[in-house]
Design a protein around this ligand. Structure first.
Ligand SMILES: [Fe+2]
Length: 134
C-alpha cells in the first residue's frame, strides 16, 4: 500500500515557515515508490536526506533562538534520523521486505517525530508567550 502523508492542522507547530518545511517533507515522502524501483528509491532517499538535513538545521537554530531546554536531546534525534537515512541509502532494496522497512521508517520517523518531538518545542514556545514574529 502506498505511503500517503496528508497534512493536517494537528501537525502544525504554529509557525508557517516550519509547517511549510514539514509539508515539503510529506510531499517527498509521498513519492516513495510502491515497487522495487531502485532508481526512484535512491532518488527519494537522497531528496529526503538533503531536505531533512537543511530542515533540521533550521529547526535547531530556531530552538536555540528560543532557548529550548531540550535542544541537545532533540538534536540527537535529528542526528539519529539522518544517520539512519544514510544507512538506508546503502540498502540494496532487492526484496519487498526492505521496501516495507523503509516505508515504516519514513512513517515512524517523519510523522512520529513531528507529532511528538516537534510538538515539544511548540509547547515550550507557547509557554514562553508564543513565537516571536519571524
Ligand atoms: Fe525536529
Amino acid at each position: 500500500m502506498a505511503v500517503e502523508f496528508i497534512w493536517d492542522d494537528l501537525y502544525s507547530v504554529g509557525r508557517a515557515d516550519i509547517d511549510d518545511q514539514h509539508k515539503s517533507i510529506f510531499s517527498i515522502a509521498n513519492t516513495v515508490p510502491d515497487t522495487l524501483d531502485k532508481g526512484m528509491l535512491n532518488y527519494t532517499i537522497m531528496r529526503l536526506y538533503l531536505y531533512t538535513t537543511d530542515h533540521f538545521s533550521a529547526e535547531e537554530q530556531m530552538m536555540k533562538d528560543i532557548g529550548f531546554p531540550k535542544l541537545e536531546y532533540h538534536k540527537a534525534l535529528h542526528d539519529e534520523l539522518t544517520a539512519r537515512l544514510q544507512m538506508i541509502s546503502t540498502e540494496l532494496f532487492d526484496d519487498l521486505d526492505s521496501l516495507a522497512r523503509f516505508k515504516e521508517f519514513v512513517h515512524k520517523w517523519i510523522v512520529g517525530h513531528i507529532l511528538t518531538h516537534d510538538m515539544e518545542y511548540f509547547e515550550f514556545a507557547r509557554s514562553q508567550g508564543g513565537w516571536k514574529p519571524v
